[in-house]
Design a protein around this ligand. Sequence first.
Ligand SMILES: Cc1ncc(COP(=O)(O)O)c(C=O)c1O
Length: 403
Amino acid sequence: MDNEKIKHIINYYNKKEEERCPFPTGIIKVNLKTLETNIKKIHNFANKKAGKKLLFLLPVKGNAYGAGITAVAKFAEHTNLCDYLGVAHLQEAYLLIQEKIKKPILILAQSPITKSGIKYTVKHSIEHAVSDLNFLYKLDKEGQKQEKKVNIHLDIDTGMGRSGVLVDDVLSIINKIKKLKYIHLKGVMTHFPVSDANTKKAIKYTSQQIKKLVSLKTIISQIFKHKIIFHSANSGAALEYPDSLFDMIRPGIAVYGYPEPYGNALKLQFNPVMEIESEITLIKTYPPRHSIGYGRTYITKNKEHIAIVPLGYGDGLNRKLSNNFYFVVNNKKVKSVGRISMDQFCIKVNSKTKTGDKVLIVSRKHHNTARQLAEAIDTIPNEVICNLGNATRLRHKYIYQTK
Ligand SMILES: Cc1ncc(COP(=O)(O)O)c(C=O)c1O
């Protein structure tokens, strides 16, 4: 794809973001070049392992893990980086349809089932993972109304314990699908709860799940004459379980830059796509023994310069980072002091720091990557980037830069 087209996409979405959020309290920089490189790395790696070109579903659910669903989807579509876009719910599919996305959209989770939702799904040929008969019949009925075949992917619960048909019920539902005139079984899928964990127990569990899908694949393929897309691999599986690759892969967190750091993920070196920065809006100099913020959890020891950053838990910055994390100002570590409040937090700076100086909240390479933030509050990078990336007071800024 030519650079002019990329420039056009970037300008278009940056302008949209400027209009949506003219007075941002922070910027979420999204490097689409890094996203492209990460996608190519994992796709090429998996293709090699599979010995064929696999289809690629790009998960853009959760607002593209915080990177911005429409811009990421449009970029991936125009650069032909994916064959499918994966969302969790109909509302996200709606955003893509509004944006005139042409790639097939697969809804991976079960959205609320409403009449208008089913009508919309069928009208716009949105594909849906199916986990139960009730939903299947509703789709079939709407297909009949609109005189249109409805593409579904049968979700099989091989051990995820969330959505999906239990393995023992697969054959019975398959036989029902076969009889439904307006349902077309386009795909069969499963999902893994521990494919990213490098423990013996997790490896055994995931391998057993894969085996279950392999044997069901043989049976299902005999029942249907047409080619069915089998898919299961999220990031962990695409990187570590060649038998899970089937026909299509669905890696999310690796392409946004934070696969679990072991094995092939380390060899391939994925880079974070997002960086989040804000700026200092106020600096105050306090005498010793002055308390800072709610709960009086920090008391100045000496004369101290305390700066305000206009970002808080209302923007997804977890309150547990209070007094417990170092951010970056002018390439130097600065400590969070006092409680993080809803809309602002404090950092301890030096006498040279000025109002307007940039504060790196989530960096790509310092000590405050999303993984390090996540570790400080006992969660996963996915949650960190989703929470901050979905903050309405922050503005996305798209770039396409080779570092
Ligand atoms: C059904 C499904 N497939 C694929 C993914 C992508 O997973 P990951 O981000 O671990 O690669 C998810 C995300 O949770 C998912 O729910």
